[in-house]
Design a protein around this ligand. Structure first.
Ligand code: FES
Length: 101
């Protein structure tokens, strides 16, 4: 990382080249049912998912277990599953529903 890149990161608080699209740039068809993608809400990384029921959800892209990226996981019905250790998250209830041993 060069000095200019480091300065931009420091001033903006996020990396504008991280490949995440801003929420306001997304269209409904970018998130078909059963998918989760990475996006950005201002400087905050978020995961945008469309659950099996068609409900669209936006959550912080940080797993409550150990900081994995929710957007690296997948949708299982009405839950999001973190790819890192397999925690299943009920985003509508805001809690973990299953943690593998
Ligand atoms: S970091 Fe998500 S399950 Fe462990």
């Amino acid at each position: 990382m060069g000095a200019l890149h480091a300065q931009i990161l420091d001033e903006l608080g996020y990396d504008p080249d991280d490949g995440r699209r801003a929420l306001e740039e997304l269209c409904v068809r970018d998130v078909p049912a059963g998918t989760v993608i990475a996006a950005r809400d201002g400087a905050r990384p978020v995961a945008v998912a469309r659950l099996a029921s068609g409900k669209l959800v936006v959550v912080a892209d940080v797993c409550p277990h150990d900081g994995g990226r929710i957007s690296d996981g997948y949708v299982d019905g009405e839950r999001l599953v973190c790819a890192r250790h397999g925690w299943e998250l009920d985003v509508c209830e805001g809690r973990c529903t299953r943690a593998p041993r």
